[in-house]
Design a protein around this ligand. Structure first.
Ligand SMILES: [Zn+2]
Length: 356
């Protein structure tokens, strides 16, 4: 039995269409009434988009309903699905807290309201019924002002029990590189772990940001178009968070087979890859399907897959054990079978004694 680690999943894109539809029907009929029925909504929600920008607009729809009141509803269902259907032992869930605060408030008031959102997400993520180790990654956002992004990363430092790192998201064409360099420098000074959406599309290739990141969100343009950078990526011990379905949904790649170059060049250069879902709900795809899809399309083999699954635990920001769950389980099962073996042996000896 395998248990998995998921390092790149957005809270906004993680709501599966059925759960979102039920929520709209019960609470926002103004939205559900815009569609003839569920299948029309599912089609709208999950169909591939032309560009990353168009794809990101759907996040706005979900963000608008993920309010402080509704967040526990969505997170409960997210963790339950991750545990039951995806075998997740570890999940890093990312989002921009500012976008979950009420937009009727001023910017300063919204910044003040961000801490409560982090606490709500943190409490809702801890479920004894479905025990997945869940930590938050707070996303700075390319469309938000410097002050909001700075407050976001400072909150990450203030909530180590809930938050394990920071990210930058939003359209990568809109990155303000000088601001991001200052923000990441500040994050490093505060001891915060770092990832960032970078080298996802051809518009998002900023080599000057690479040294600030412990992991690279996507990063697929590096092996595809800048393979000369792989050596330094390997030397820094950076891991790529590759989310196969995303590139087809956003029009970044035409075919999944193009990822073969990504995996082969990274493996050859000694760069680790963690396979992730990005927006499992928006894609209607769960993590084990991403694994299987790569195998059936011959992008990687089982050895490569196992290496990527191990890399996900190795590069996680907050997996609390020195070992991965596979070895913990193997030990447990072999201990048990050892006990059974001893029992069988002592029974056999008792039978022999009784025969004498
Ligand atoms: Zn992402």
């Amino acid at each position: 039995m395998s248990l998995y680690a998921e390092l790149h999943r957005h809270l906004g894109g993680s709501v599966v269409p059925r759960v979102l539809w039920r929520y709209f029907e019960r609470n926002r009929p103004d939205i559900s009434n815009e569609f003839d029925d569920y299948s029309a909504f599912e089609q709208f929600y999950t169909q591939p988009k032309e560009t990353l920008e168009e794809y990101l607009q759907l996040h706005t729809l979900v963000e608008s309903v993920q309010t402080r009141e509704a967040l526990p509803y969505f997170i409960y269902r997210l963790i339950r699905g991750a545990y039951i259907f995806e075998n997740l032992a570890y999940l890093e869930l990312r989002y921009t807290p500012f976008y979950r605060t009420p937009d009727r408030l001023s910017q300063v008031e919204r910044i003040d309201a961000m801490a409560e959102i982090i606490e709500i997400v943190g409490r809702a993520s801890q479920q004894s019924e479905y025990p997945v180790v869940t930590k938050q990654i707070l996303c700075m956002h390319s469309r938000l002002p410097y002050e909001v992004n700075r407050a976001t990363l400072e909150l990450a430092a203030q909530y180590p029990e809930y938050v394990c790192g920071i990210d930058v998201a939003g359209g990568d064409a809109a990155y303000n590189i000088e601001e991001l360099k200052r923000l990441y420098t500040h994050a490093q000074a505060l001891g915060i772990k770092t990832t960032g959406h970078l080298y996802e599309t051809k518009d998002g290739c900023y080599p000057e940001l690479l040294p600030y990141l412990m992991r690279i969100g996507h990063g697929i343009q590096i092996p595809l178009h800048y393979p000369e950078l792989l050596k330094e990526v390997a030397a820094r011990g950076q891991c790529l968070e590759v989310c196969p379905t995303t590139y087809l949904q956003t029009g970044t790649l035409d075919e999944i087979s193009q990822l073969k170059t990504v995996f082969n060049r990274c493996f050859d250069a000694g760069v680790d890859i963690a396979i992730c879902t990005d927006n499992a709900g928006l894609h209607n795809v769960r993590l084990p399907f991403e694994y299987e899809n790569l195998l059936t399309h011959d992008v990687i083999g089982f050895d490569g897959l196992r290496a990527c699954q191990a890399a996900a635990f190795k590069h996680s920001f907050a997996w609390p054990h020195p070992q991965q769950p596979a070895s913990l389980l193997s030990n447990l099962l072999s201990e048990k079978s050892g006990q059974v073996g001893q029992y069988v042996e002592s029974s056999r000896q008792a039978v022999e004694r009784s025969r004498r």
